[in-house]
Design a protein around this ligand. Structure first.
Ligand code: SF4
Ligand code: ZN
Ligand code: ZN
Length: 328
């Protein structure tokens, strides 16, 4: 808590936030401006977007993705790139409906094109049903489905990149976990921008240096209609959660630990990518033609397991019929 005497470093009004790593106290207006500029600096530093790009934003309706949407909307006008939103309705009862409502209401307000995909409509089954039928944990199926639909939607619409709302805390948690498991393939992908490969569009993470606490305060101050609830399948005692807690403690004691870690990780990406390329060859799926690590992609394998036929090609055809016009 800041004392009422704490003053904004820029304008002298009452401060509502302290940015320890930048040695700043900020009022509401300058806090919002600071976070927006922080994202802009990340975009410029890592060359994430430029004039004329078509960026597909993956928006779930939580605080991080709505912050991404809000800031990218402003920056798309300043930096002159196009944006469209992709939302995936997983069909989780008591959870997905509210998320969808948040995304629909905010994209409508901003006037941004929205592709809302319902798993029930696209695949004929919801995520819980798919998980049961394929006998895999919900989060594992969820990751495969979301990654596939994002990539397929970007390819079919002609997007130049997919932007996700992963924050600094998310990337650090995944990176430490990947390091503990010596999973260099995953580690090499935890960069601000992944390379475009055959059958895969580049992924960008504009919130790479933004902390989770910062997106929370930003979305509250800007009154973004984000959904507060938690997915019923979230693992409460996950390793990622402990890593985040640990890094928050480190950041309290040594401000800027997180940013320094992430910048080093981004710089090491080249080397990690070489290690990764030596280990795994990149292929394309024999069914749908998108990126795969084997003969078939994970999406085609999971859907074949669950519904008896690999659905990659059918889904790509469906997406192509609905996303062609989104940038006009
Ligand atoms: Fe998907 Fe819910 Fe698991 Fe997140 S917690 S990966 S939304 S199933
Ligand atoms: Zn101020
Ligand atoms: Zn496939």
């Amino acid at each position: 808590m800041l004392s009422p005497e704490a003053r904004c470093s820029f304008c002298g009004r009452e401060a509502i936030a302290r940015i320890a790593y930048a040695k700043l106290l900020l009022c509401e207006e300058h806090y919002i401006e600071y976070i927006k500029n922080k994202v802009k600096r990340t975009i410029l530093r890592y060359n994430l977007a430029k004039h004329g790009d078509k960026i597909l934003l993956a928006v779930s309706g939580g605080k991080d993705s709505l912050t991404l949407l809000d800031i990218m909307y402003t920056l798309s006008q300043e930096m002159r790139f196009s944006i469209a939103v992709l939302h995936i309705d997983l069909g989780i009862e008591g959870y997905s409906e509210q998320l969808k409502h948040s995304v629909e209401s905010y994209t409508r307000k901003l006037g941004i094109p929205l592709v809302a995909l319902s798993l029930r409509e696209v695949l004929g089954v919801t995520l819980p049903q798919l998980s049961k039928k394929s006998r895999r944990p919900p989060c594992s199926v969820c990751g495969i489905i979301k990654r596939y639909l994002m990539n397929a939607c970007a390819i079919e619409s002609g997007a130049t990149a997919i932007a996700t709302g992963h924050t600094a805390d998310d990337v650090i948690a995944y990176a430490i976990k990947a390091f503990l498991l010596q999973d260099y393939s995953s580690l090499s992908k935890l960069v601000p921008k992944t390379r475009a490969l055959t059958g895969a569009v580049s992924r960008i993470r504009p919130l790479y240096e933004v902390y989770e606490r910062e997106t929370l305060l930003y979305s509250v101050l800007k009154k973004l209609p984000f959904h507060h609830g938690m997915c019923p399948y979230v693992v409460k005692n996950s390793l990622e959660r402990y890593i985040k807690k640990f890094f928050n403690q480190l950041e309290e004691l040594f401000p800027s630990t997180k940013i320094s870690f992430l910048r080093r990780l981004a710089n090491r990406a080249e080397t990690l990518t070489v290690i990764d390329t030596e280990r795994e060859s990149v292929r394309t799926c024999s069914v749908c033609g998108l990126i795969a690590s084997g003969h078939k992609c994970s999406f085609c394998k999971v859907t074949e397991n669950a519904v008896g036929t690999p659905l990659g090609r059918v889904v790509r055809e469906y997406l192509s019929s609905i996303v062609r016009e989104i940038w006009s």
